[in-house]
Design a protein around this ligand. Structure first.
Ligand SMILES: Nc1ncnc2c1ncn2[C@@H]1O[C@H](COP(=O)(O)OP(=O)(O)OP(=O)(O)O)[C@@H](O)[C@H]1O
Length: 319
Protein backbone atom coordinates (compact mmCIF):
# COMPACT_ATOMS: atom_id res chain seq x y z
CA UNK A 1 0.00 0.00 0.00
CA UNK A 2 1.33 3.42 -0.86
CA UNK A 3 0.87 5.47 2.30
CA UNK A 4 3.94 7.67 2.57
CA UNK A 5 5.30 6.39 5.87
CA UNK A 6 7.60 9.43 6.14
CA UNK A 7 4.58 11.54 7.03
CA UNK A 8 3.58 9.15 9.81
CA UNK A 9 4.95 9.19 13.35
CA UNK A 10 7.22 6.51 14.80
CA UNK A 11 5.77 2.98 14.92
CA UNK A 12 4.11 2.24 18.26
CA UNK A 13 2.48 -1.07 17.39
CA UNK A 14 4.25 -3.64 15.26
CA UNK A 15 2.86 -7.08 14.52
CA UNK A 16 4.86 -9.47 12.38
CA UNK A 17 3.46 -12.85 11.33
CA UNK A 18 1.17 -12.60 14.34
CA UNK A 19 -0.99 -15.71 14.56
CA UNK A 20 -3.61 -17.00 16.94
CA UNK A 21 -5.14 -20.44 16.59
CA UNK A 22 -7.98 -21.88 18.60
CA UNK A 23 -7.58 -25.60 17.97
CA UNK A 24 -7.77 -26.02 14.22
CA UNK A 25 -9.38 -22.60 13.69
CA UNK A 26 -7.11 -19.68 12.82
CA UNK A 27 -8.48 -16.45 14.31
CA UNK A 28 -5.49 -14.27 13.35
CA UNK A 29 -3.42 -15.48 10.44
CA UNK A 30 0.18 -14.26 10.05
CA UNK A 31 -0.84 -10.64 10.57
CA UNK A 32 1.61 -7.89 9.62
CA UNK A 33 0.54 -4.50 10.86
CA UNK A 34 2.29 -1.27 11.81
CA UNK A 35 0.48 1.56 13.58
CA UNK A 36 2.20 4.89 14.10
CA UNK A 37 2.11 7.46 16.90
CA UNK A 38 -0.77 9.89 16.61
CA UNK A 39 -2.81 7.82 14.19
CA UNK A 40 -6.50 7.07 14.57
CA UNK A 41 -6.45 3.59 13.14
CA UNK A 42 -9.60 1.62 12.33
CA UNK A 43 -9.90 -2.16 12.41
CA UNK A 44 -12.76 -3.20 10.12
CA UNK A 45 -14.16 -6.43 8.88
CA UNK A 46 -17.07 -8.84 9.20
CA UNK A 47 -17.91 -10.77 12.35
CA UNK A 48 -15.25 -13.34 13.09
CA UNK A 49 -12.59 -11.66 10.92
CA UNK A 50 -10.16 -11.47 13.85
CA UNK A 51 -10.39 -7.87 15.09
CA UNK A 52 -11.10 -8.62 18.74
CA UNK A 53 -8.49 -11.38 18.84
CA UNK A 54 -5.97 -8.91 17.41
CA UNK A 55 -6.86 -6.43 20.15
CA UNK A 56 -6.42 -9.13 22.80
CA UNK A 57 -3.00 -9.96 21.35
CA UNK A 58 -1.98 -6.29 21.42
CA UNK A 59 -3.00 -6.07 25.05
CA UNK A 60 -1.21 -9.27 26.05
CA UNK A 61 -4.53 -10.78 27.12
CA UNK A 62 -4.06 -13.85 24.98
CA UNK A 63 -0.93 -15.68 23.93
CA UNK A 64 0.05 -15.71 20.24
CA UNK A 65 0.41 -19.10 18.58
CA UNK A 66 3.11 -17.59 16.37
CA UNK A 67 4.79 -14.39 15.26
CA UNK A 68 5.63 -11.31 17.30
CA UNK A 69 3.93 -8.20 18.55
CA UNK A 70 5.57 -5.13 20.01
CA UNK A 71 3.63 -2.33 21.65
CA UNK A 72 5.72 0.75 22.42
CA UNK A 73 8.71 -1.47 21.81
CA UNK A 74 7.68 -4.09 24.37
CA UNK A 75 6.18 -7.54 24.26
CA UNK A 76 2.73 -7.20 25.87
CA UNK A 77 2.69 -10.82 27.03
CA UNK A 78 6.14 -10.76 28.67
CA UNK A 79 5.94 -7.23 30.05
CA UNK A 80 2.22 -6.77 30.75
CA UNK A 81 2.59 -4.11 33.42
CA UNK A 82 4.92 -1.93 31.40
CA UNK A 83 2.48 -2.06 28.49
CA UNK A 84 -0.71 -1.65 30.56
CA UNK A 85 0.71 1.45 32.22
CA UNK A 86 0.98 3.19 28.84
CA UNK A 87 -1.88 1.59 26.93
CA UNK A 88 -5.56 2.05 27.74
CA UNK A 89 -8.34 -0.29 26.72
CA UNK A 90 -11.99 0.60 26.33
CA UNK A 91 -14.08 -2.52 25.71
CA UNK A 92 -17.56 -2.16 24.23
CA UNK A 93 -19.05 -2.30 27.71
CA UNK A 94 -16.71 -0.63 30.17
CA UNK A 95 -16.58 -2.30 33.57
CA UNK A 96 -16.74 -0.02 36.60
CA UNK A 97 -17.58 -0.60 40.22
CA UNK A 98 -21.26 0.27 40.11
CA UNK A 99 -21.62 1.11 43.78
CA UNK A 100 -18.68 3.52 43.66
CA UNK A 101 -18.93 7.07 42.36
CA UNK A 102 -17.31 8.27 39.14
CA UNK A 103 -14.55 9.93 41.14
CA UNK A 104 -13.98 6.88 43.34
CA UNK A 105 -13.67 4.66 40.29
CA UNK A 106 -11.09 6.97 38.74
CA UNK A 107 -9.22 7.24 42.06
CA UNK A 108 -9.06 3.44 42.15
CA UNK A 109 -7.64 3.38 38.60
CA UNK A 110 -5.10 6.02 39.60
CA UNK A 111 -4.01 4.00 42.66
CA UNK A 112 -3.59 0.87 40.53
CA UNK A 113 -1.49 2.92 38.11
CA UNK A 114 0.77 4.08 40.94
CA UNK A 115 -0.21 7.74 40.52
CA UNK A 116 0.41 9.89 43.61
CA UNK A 117 -2.78 10.92 45.41
CA UNK A 118 -2.21 14.65 44.99
CA UNK A 119 -1.57 14.25 41.25
CA UNK A 120 -4.50 11.88 40.95
CA UNK A 121 -6.99 14.39 42.34
CA UNK A 122 -5.96 17.01 39.76
CA UNK A 123 -5.93 14.54 36.90
CA UNK A 124 -9.36 13.20 37.88
CA UNK A 125 -10.91 16.67 38.00
CA UNK A 126 -9.36 17.57 34.65
CA UNK A 127 -10.45 14.31 33.07
CA UNK A 128 -14.04 14.59 34.29
CA UNK A 129 -14.14 18.14 32.99
CA UNK A 130 -12.81 17.02 29.63
CA UNK A 131 -15.42 14.28 29.16
CA UNK A 132 -18.13 16.60 30.44
CA UNK A 133 -19.03 14.63 33.53
CA UNK A 134 -17.96 17.00 36.34
CA UNK A 135 -21.55 17.50 37.51
CA UNK A 136 -21.95 13.75 38.23
CA UNK A 137 -18.53 13.13 39.75
CA UNK A 138 -20.08 12.08 43.08
CA UNK A 139 -22.86 9.95 41.65
CA UNK A 140 -22.71 6.18 41.74
CA UNK A 141 -21.85 4.70 38.38
CA UNK A 142 -24.89 2.39 38.54
CA UNK A 143 -27.01 5.45 37.71
CA UNK A 144 -24.98 6.22 34.55
CA UNK A 145 -26.28 5.78 31.01
CA UNK A 146 -24.25 3.81 28.51
CA UNK A 147 -22.94 7.02 26.94
CA UNK A 148 -21.85 8.36 30.33
CA UNK A 149 -20.03 5.09 31.08
CA UNK A 150 -18.17 5.28 27.78
CA UNK A 151 -17.15 8.86 28.56
CA UNK A 152 -16.01 7.77 32.02
CA UNK A 153 -13.98 5.09 30.24
CA UNK A 154 -12.27 7.85 28.26
CA UNK A 155 -11.71 9.77 31.51
CA UNK A 156 -9.89 6.71 32.80
CA UNK A 157 -7.53 6.82 29.80
CA UNK A 158 -6.91 10.50 30.51
CA UNK A 159 -6.16 9.87 34.18
CA UNK A 160 -3.69 7.15 33.18
CA UNK A 161 -2.30 9.46 30.45
CA UNK A 162 -2.43 6.49 28.09
CA UNK A 163 -0.23 6.93 25.05
CA UNK A 164 -2.31 4.42 23.10
CA UNK A 165 -6.04 3.87 23.48
CA UNK A 166 -7.54 0.66 22.13
CA UNK A 167 -11.28 0.93 21.70
CA UNK A 168 -13.44 -2.07 20.83
CA UNK A 169 -16.73 -0.94 19.25
CA UNK A 170 -16.70 2.26 21.32
CA UNK A 171 -20.04 3.54 20.09
CA UNK A 172 -22.06 0.33 20.14
CA UNK A 173 -25.44 0.89 21.74
CA UNK A 174 -25.04 4.68 21.85
CA UNK A 175 -27.69 7.01 20.48
CA UNK A 176 -26.67 9.36 17.63
CA UNK A 177 -25.94 12.30 19.92
CA UNK A 178 -23.84 10.26 22.35
CA UNK A 179 -22.03 8.71 19.38
CA UNK A 180 -21.23 12.15 18.04
CA UNK A 181 -19.99 13.33 21.43
CA UNK A 182 -17.75 10.30 21.82
CA UNK A 183 -16.33 10.72 18.32
CA UNK A 184 -15.52 14.35 19.03
CA UNK A 185 -13.79 13.31 22.22
CA UNK A 186 -11.77 10.64 20.44
CA UNK A 187 -10.76 13.12 17.74
CA UNK A 188 -9.59 15.59 20.38
CA UNK A 189 -7.55 12.91 22.15
CA UNK A 190 -5.82 12.10 18.89
CA UNK A 191 -5.15 15.78 18.24
CA UNK A 192 -3.44 15.91 21.64
CA UNK A 193 -1.14 13.10 20.55
CA UNK A 194 -2.83 9.93 21.76
CA UNK A 195 -2.68 7.03 19.31
CA UNK A 196 -6.12 5.49 18.86
CA UNK A 197 -6.88 2.01 17.60
CA UNK A 198 -10.56 1.25 17.27
CA UNK A 199 -12.65 -1.55 15.89
CA UNK A 200 -16.08 -0.80 14.52
CA UNK A 201 -18.74 -1.88 12.07
CA UNK A 202 -19.90 1.71 11.60
CA UNK A 203 -18.06 2.54 8.42
CA UNK A 204 -19.24 6.14 8.16
CA UNK A 205 -17.92 6.80 11.63
CA UNK A 206 -14.63 5.07 10.89
CA UNK A 207 -14.19 7.11 7.74
CA UNK A 208 -14.97 10.32 9.59
CA UNK A 209 -12.30 9.91 12.25
CA UNK A 210 -9.67 7.40 11.13
CA UNK A 211 -6.46 8.39 9.36
CA UNK A 212 -5.89 4.81 8.19
CA UNK A 213 -7.78 1.55 8.35
CA UNK A 214 -7.12 -2.16 8.07
CA UNK A 215 -9.78 -4.26 6.42
CA UNK A 216 -9.71 -7.69 8.04
CA UNK A 217 -10.77 -10.83 6.26
CA UNK A 218 -10.29 -14.33 7.68
CA UNK A 219 -7.66 -13.30 10.21
CA UNK A 220 -5.57 -11.21 7.81
CA UNK A 221 -5.35 -7.48 7.28
CA UNK A 222 -6.31 -7.79 3.63
CA UNK A 223 -6.07 -4.07 2.89
CA UNK A 224 -4.31 -1.39 4.91
CA UNK A 225 -4.14 2.30 4.18
CA UNK A 226 -6.03 5.56 3.91
CA UNK A 227 -9.58 5.25 2.62
CA UNK A 228 -8.66 6.93 -0.67
CA UNK A 229 -5.84 4.42 -1.14
CA UNK A 230 -8.16 1.51 -0.46
CA UNK A 231 -10.65 3.02 -2.89
CA UNK A 232 -7.92 3.22 -5.51
CA UNK A 233 -7.10 -0.43 -5.00
CA UNK A 234 -10.63 -1.79 -4.79
CA UNK A 235 -12.64 0.55 -6.99
CA UNK A 236 -9.97 1.44 -9.52
CA UNK A 237 -10.39 5.21 -9.22
CA UNK A 238 -10.29 6.93 -5.88
CA UNK A 239 -11.95 10.20 -6.89
CA UNK A 240 -15.41 10.73 -8.29
CA UNK A 241 -15.99 14.14 -9.84
CA UNK A 242 -19.26 15.38 -11.31
CA UNK A 243 -19.58 18.41 -13.52
CA UNK A 244 -22.06 20.20 -15.72
CA UNK A 245 -20.85 22.26 -18.65
CA UNK A 246 -22.64 23.84 -21.60
CA UNK A 247 -21.34 24.90 -25.03
CA UNK A 248 -18.90 21.99 -25.27
CA UNK A 249 -18.60 18.21 -25.46
CA UNK A 250 -17.93 17.58 -21.76
CA UNK A 251 -17.58 13.85 -22.21
CA UNK A 252 -14.89 14.16 -24.87
CA UNK A 253 -13.01 16.85 -22.93
CA UNK A 254 -13.04 14.81 -19.71
CA UNK A 255 -11.50 11.86 -21.51
CA UNK A 256 -8.46 13.97 -22.45
CA UNK A 257 -7.61 14.93 -18.87
CA UNK A 258 -4.73 13.02 -17.35
CA UNK A 259 -5.81 10.80 -14.44
CA UNK A 260 -9.36 10.31 -15.70
CA UNK A 261 -10.15 6.61 -15.80
CA UNK A 262 -13.70 6.83 -17.16
CA UNK A 263 -16.32 9.45 -17.97
CA UNK A 264 -20.06 8.71 -18.05
CA UNK A 265 -22.92 11.03 -19.01
CA UNK A 266 -25.39 11.54 -16.15
CA UNK A 267 -27.60 14.24 -17.71
CA UNK A 268 -27.89 16.42 -20.83
CA UNK A 269 -24.78 18.42 -19.86
CA UNK A 270 -23.66 16.44 -16.83
CA UNK A 271 -20.76 14.02 -16.65
CA UNK A 272 -19.45 11.75 -13.91
CA UNK A 273 -15.74 11.13 -13.93
CA UNK A 274 -13.77 8.42 -12.11
CA UNK A 275 -10.18 9.46 -11.64
CA UNK A 276 -7.09 8.33 -9.79
CA UNK A 277 -6.44 11.84 -8.46
CA UNK A 278 -8.27 15.12 -7.87
CA UNK A 279 -8.77 16.30 -11.46
CA UNK A 280 -11.05 19.26 -10.77
CA UNK A 281 -8.58 22.02 -11.59
CA UNK A 282 -7.45 20.37 -14.83
CA UNK A 283 -11.02 19.64 -15.84
CA UNK A 284 -12.06 23.25 -15.26
CA UNK A 285 -9.09 24.47 -17.34
CA UNK A 286 -9.82 22.04 -20.19
CA UNK A 287 -13.50 22.99 -20.34
CA UNK A 288 -12.72 26.71 -20.31
CA UNK A 289 -10.01 26.29 -22.95
CA UNK A 290 -12.54 24.54 -25.19
CA UNK A 291 -14.93 27.50 -24.83
CA UNK A 292 -17.31 25.61 -22.53
CA UNK A 293 -19.16 27.17 -19.63
CA UNK A 294 -18.82 25.29 -16.38
CA UNK A 295 -21.93 25.48 -14.18
CA UNK A 296 -21.12 22.79 -11.59
CA UNK A 297 -18.01 20.92 -10.46
CA UNK A 298 -17.96 18.80 -7.33
CA UNK A 299 -16.08 15.90 -5.90
CA UNK A 300 -17.64 13.08 -3.90
CA UNK A 301 -15.49 11.43 -1.31
CA UNK A 302 -15.50 7.72 -1.96
CA UNK A 303 -17.44 6.12 0.80
CA UNK A 304 -15.82 3.43 2.88
CA UNK A 305 -19.17 1.60 2.63
CA UNK A 306 -18.67 1.30 -1.11
CA UNK A 307 -15.06 0.11 -0.75
CA UNK A 308 -16.05 -2.44 1.88
CA UNK A 309 -19.01 -3.81 -0.08
CA UNK A 310 -17.04 -4.03 -3.32
CA UNK A 311 -14.04 -5.69 -1.64
CA UNK A 312 -16.13 -8.47 -0.14
CA UNK A 313 -18.02 -8.91 -3.45
CA UNK A 314 -14.64 -9.43 -5.14
CA UNK A 315 -13.56 -11.90 -2.44
CA UNK A 316 -16.77 -13.88 -2.89
CA UNK A 317 -16.43 -13.95 -6.67
CA UNK A 318 -12.83 -15.11 -6.37
CA UNK A 319 -13.81 -17.96 -4.02
N1 LIG B 1 -11.93 -18.06 22.82
C1 LIG B 1 -12.15 -18.55 21.60
N2 LIG B 1 -12.22 -19.88 21.37
C2 LIG B 1 -12.41 -20.37 20.14
N3 LIG B 1 -12.57 -19.59 19.03
C3 LIG B 1 -12.52 -18.27 19.19
C4 LIG B 1 -12.32 -17.67 20.48
N4 LIG B 1 -12.30 -16.33 20.31
C5 LIG B 1 -12.51 -16.10 18.99
N5 LIG B 1 -12.64 -17.25 18.33
C6 LIG B 1 -12.84 -17.40 16.87
O1 LIG B 1 -11.84 -16.65 16.24
C7 LIG B 1 -12.35 -16.00 15.09
C8 LIG B 1 -12.10 -14.51 15.18
O2 LIG B 1 -12.92 -13.96 16.20
P1 LIG B 1 -12.88 -12.43 16.66
O3 LIG B 1 -13.75 -12.31 17.86
O4 LIG B 1 -11.47 -11.99 16.78
O5 LIG B 1 -13.54 -11.73 15.41
P2 LIG B 1 -14.04 -10.22 15.27
O6 LIG B 1 -13.50 -9.73 13.98
O7 LIG B 1 -13.69 -9.44 16.48
O8 LIG B 1 -15.60 -10.39 15.17
P3 LIG B 1 -16.80 -9.42 15.70
O9 LIG B 1 -16.95 -8.38 14.64
O10 LIG B 1 -17.95 -10.36 15.73
O11 LIG B 1 -16.41 -8.89 17.03
C9 LIG B 1 -13.82 -16.38 15.01
O12 LIG B 1 -13.96 -17.46 14.12
C10 LIG B 1 -14.15 -16.79 16.41
O13 LIG B 1 -15.18 -17.75 16.43
Amino acid sequence: MSTDTKTLGEPVIEARGLTKRYGAAVAVDALDLTIHRGEVFGLLGPNGAGKTTTILLLLGLTEPSGGTVKVLGRDPLREPLAVKRRVGYLPDAVGFYDTMTARENLAYTARLGGIREADAATRIDEALERVRLPHVRDRKVQTFSRGMRQRLGIAELLVKRSEIAILDEPTSGLDPQSTQELLELITRLARDGMTIVLSSHLLGMVQAICSRVALFNAGKAALVGRVDELAGEVLGGSHVVEFEAGDCDGLAIASTVEGVLSATPTGPHAVRVDADRDVRADLARAITAAGGSLTRLSMDRTSLDEVYARYFEQVQHAA
